[in-house]
Design a protein around this ligand. Structure first.
Ligand code: FEO
Length: 394
C-alpha cells in the first residue's frame, strides 16, 4: 500500500495486512489489520513514528524509498511489541544515523527483544519535547496501555496524537480516515475488549491527560486515522467508566442437551423480566465477540456440563480469558448439569479471582433439568433482574 500524506509533510508509511487472521496466536482478526507508521518532516529534522510488523518490513522500506527519504534523524518507538518495533533493525540498516527515541522501559525491552546496541537510543522522560525545527514532538508516558513501557507522542503544532495501540482497531482498511462513529465503533470496542480492557484503571488516568491536549487528529498504529477525535475519546470514556448495562452474558457448552435446556430457559426468563441476554455457544463462538459482550454486561452466567469432576474444558478456557480481561461485571453465577457429582461451580468461581463480583446461587442438576430446576432458574432470573433494578442498571 502506497504512502499517503495526512497533512503537508506528514505521511502514513505503514502496511496493510489483509490476510492476517490471528494476533498473538490468540485474538481473531476478522478484518485483518494494519501496522501504521508515520513520517514527519520538520524544517530541520525528520522523524519516523513507529515501524511495522517484520512480516511487512518491505512495505515500510519501500514507502520511505518511494518518498525519496534519504535521512531519518529520529525513530520514535511508542511501544516495544513486534508489530510496531519489529522492523526497527531493518530501518536502522537503511538509516544508520537515526537515533531511536523512547522511554527507559521501552529501551530496555527493545534491547532485550531485538538485541539493539544501547548507544542507538535517546531516552526521553514524561512530557519531554524534541524539536524538529518548525515542528515539536512531545512524549507522554502512558504505561499499561498494553505493555508497561507504552507511551504516546503528540505533535504540538499540528495537534496530532500518535497513541500507538491506544484508540486503534484491527482492520486492513484502505480508508486513511474514519470520521463517523458507525465506521469504527464496534471494531474499536472489540479491540478495546481484547487488548485494553485489562488496563481500564491505567487508561482512566491517561485519558484525563490526553483529553487536556488540543487534538485535531488521532493517528493510531492500527486502523484508520480519527478525524473526529472526540468520538473515540468519548467511546473510551464510556467503556472505562464503572457503568454497566442491563445485560447478561451466558457463555455455555452443552454435551447432551441438558445444559442447553437450562440456558434456553434462563434466557427466556431473563427476557421476560426485561433483561437483555447474550448466549454464546463456546463450541463455535468467536472469542472476540464474547470479549466484546463483556465490556458492558452487568452479569455473567457461566453454563457448563460436568466432565469427569469439573467444568467442560471449553468453559474453563472462556472463564480463564474472561477473568484475565477483567471486565467490570458485578454479578456472576454458574448453571449446568452433571452425571454423578463434581465441583464445577466451585472451580469456576475460584477462577474468577480478578473480577470483583457478587456470586449468585448456582443452579446445578443431575441429568435433565426437571420442574424444580426450572423453578430455580426462574428464581435466578428474578434475583438478577432485581439486582440490576436496585442498582439502577439500565
Ligand atoms: Fe499493536 Fe501491543 O501491539
Amino acid at each position: 500500500m502506497a504512502s499517503r500524506e495526512i497533512v503537508p509533510g506528514i505521511f502514513w508509511v505503514g502496511a496493510l495486512d489483509f490476510d492476517r487472521r490471528i494476533f498473538d496466536e490468540l485474538i481473531p482478526l476478522p478484518e485483518g489489520t494494519s501496522y501504521n507508521a508515520y513520517l514527519i518532516r520538520g524544517s530541520e529534522k525528520t522523524a519516523l513514528i513507529d515501524t511495522v510488523d517484520p512480516t511487512r518490513e518491505f512495505d515500510l522500506i519501500s514507502n520511505l524509498v518511494k518518498l525519496g527519504i534519504e535521512r531519518i534523524d529520529y525513530i520514535v518507538i511508542n511501544h516495544a511489541e513486534q508489530d510496531h518495533a519489529g522492523t526497527l533493525p531493518m530501518v536502522l540498516e537503511f538509516f544508520p544515523d537515526a537515533m531511536v527515541v523512547t522511554n527507559e522501559k521501552c529501551r530496555d525491552q527493545l534491547i532485550a527483544l531485538l538485541h539493539l546496541p544501547p548507544d542507538k537510543f535517546k531516552v526521553i522522560k514524561d512530557r519531554e519535547t524534541l524539536p524538529l525545527g518548525n515542528r515539536t514532538l512531545e512524549f507522554i508516558l502512558t504505561p499499561w496501555t498494553h505493555w508497561p513501557e507504552t507511551q504516546v507522542t503528540y505533535l504540538q503544532e499540528d495537534k496530532i496524537l500518535f497513541p500507538c495501540d491506544l484508540f486503534g482497531h484491527h482492520a486492513a482498511s484502505t480508508s486513511l480516515y474514519v470520521s463517523d462513529r458507525s465506521e469504527f465503533y464496534i471494531p474499536a470496542k472489540r479491540y478495546y475488549a481484547e487488548i485494553m480492557m485489562p488496563f481500564r484503571g491505567s487508561i482512566k488516568g491517561h485519558l484525563e491527560k490526553i483529553r487536556a491536549l488540543k487534538i485535531d487528529l488521532i493517528a493510531p498504529s492500527h486502523g484508520p486515522v480519527h478525524k473526529n477525535p472526540h468520538l473515540i475519546l468519548d467511546a473510551y470514556a464510556d467503556w472505562i467508566s464503572d457503568d454497566v448495562k442491563n445485560e447478561v452474558v451466558i457463555p455455555y457448552v452443552s454435551m447432551h442437551g441438558s445444559t442447553r435446556k437450562m440456558v434456553e430457559h434462563l434466557t427466556d426468563a431473563l427476557i421476560a423480566r426485561g433483561v437483555m441476554v447474550r448466549p454464546f455457544n463456546l463450541t463455535h463462538t468467536d472469542i472476540g465477540e464474547l470479549a466484546l459482550s463483556l465490556v458492558d454486561a452487568a452479569t455473567v452466567v457461566i453454563a457448563t456440563p460436568t466432565v469427569l469432576f469439573g467444568p467442560h474444558p471449553q468453559v474453563v478456557y472462556a472463564t480463564y480469558l474472561a477473568n484475565a480481561l477483567k471486565p467490570k461485571m458485578r454479578y456472576a453465577s454458574v448453571i449446568g448439569s452433571f452425571g454423578w457429582g463434581g465441583k464445577a461451580p466451585e472451580t469456576i468461581v475460584k477462577m474468577l479471582d480478578h473480577v470483583k463480583v457478587e456470586v449468585l446461587e448456582p443452579v446445578m442438576v443431575k441429568g435433565l433439568p426437571d420442574e424444580k430446576t426450572l423453578a430455580a432458574l426462574d428464581r435466578l432470573a428474578d434475583t438478577i433482574a432485581q439486582k440490576h433494578k436496585e442498582n439502577n442498571i439500565r
